[in-house]
Write a protein that binds this ligand. Sequence first.
Ligand code: CAA
Length: 378
Amino acid sequence: MYELSEDHLQIRDMARDFARAEILPGAAERDRSHTFPAELVAKLAELGLLGVFIPEELGGAGLDLLSYVVALEEVSYADAGVGVVMSVQNSLASWPILAFGNDAQKAKYLPKMASGEWIGCYALTEPGAGSDAGSQSTRATKVDGGYRLDGSKLWITNGPQAKVVVTYANLDVASKHKGVCAFILESDWDGFSVGKVEEKMGIRCSSTSELVYEGLFVPEENRLIGEREGFKVAMATLDGGRIGIAAQALGIAQRCLDLAVAYANERQTFGKPIAKHQAIQWKIADMRTRIEAARLLTYRAAAMKDAGQAGSAECSMAKLYASETANFCAYEAVQIYGGLGYSQEYEVERLYRDARITTIYEGTSEIQRMVIAKHTLG
Ligand code: CAA
């Protein structure tokens, strides 16, 4: 049995109390109205949950990845849309600056990201570079004092709100990932614009958009690490990000189980609660077993990464299993609710839609299997 430390339990309980009191009540309305949770984001920042890994001297909470996972699971239990905003801010936007940035870059960006004043995003995906992320065709052209960027990025979570954009562009498209550079952009720079904002199936309170770069000048001081080393930044960032999505998926799955248990004990058919029917008992048993297995994989990946021991395979296994578990649990929760589960009046309908993205973004299940197989077969 994997035991959380007292410190991790305290963080989990703090996030749980906040999420259930303040995030859960408005989740259905935010989903309906596609409203970005600006006030909740400010409160997450006050609780230290927007700068979980950022050291205290840079304004963050200075905590580890496991703390982030237990908190993100609780936030996502209440609203997976708020969960992804927190996840992108921490693992995809702040983490690469912390891990690969120089002192000046960290000092400029991280305190304002931890305080929530500056929202961040991670812009890698392009129309022709989704799963095949190495096929980056956004161009970086060297100019006096820096680079000019031209191209567009798609499916960028937090895109419309972001001030800080960690992005990727290619100095030499023909050499694929070997020409990729990583940059930190600011969205109010000339040549930057937000394109189409997506109408999504789920996680609707988070915003997802296209970003367009037209002759966008980036000073040299805003390049992360060396020229042509950007793909490594992108991939290493996604390793940690995938543990975050596993935590988000766990939150969704646990909420599905809790709702299904409550409903099964209350709803009567054939003269008894449906919980007394073996068909329902087996569903509940499978949901719980998969959730506990997913939680062990996710906590283990986080703890191993904290100890410097996790490779890409551990991160991908957590993401693969937890995201497929979220979809399994959402499917079964709707099935247990029957016709009511298909109605927008019931939370399981939203959970079913929210779960769906978890096997797609930050690498599809198929990509996770590629990564796991590569690290298993050698
Ligand atoms: N850490 C550091 N470096 C890594 C790495 C890692 N985890 N994985 C690979 N690399 C390095 C390799 O060592 C290699 O370096 P060299 O050229 O120096 O040898 C280089 O990267 C290329 O590696 P591969 O040959 O394995 O790369 P590939 O082109 O075959 O692609 C892939 C591998 C796993 C399929 C990758 O393209 C991938 O992860 N695709 C999915 C992309 C993805 O997850 N996108 C999600 C976008 S983000 C999102 O969804 C955001 C949101 O808003 C929520």
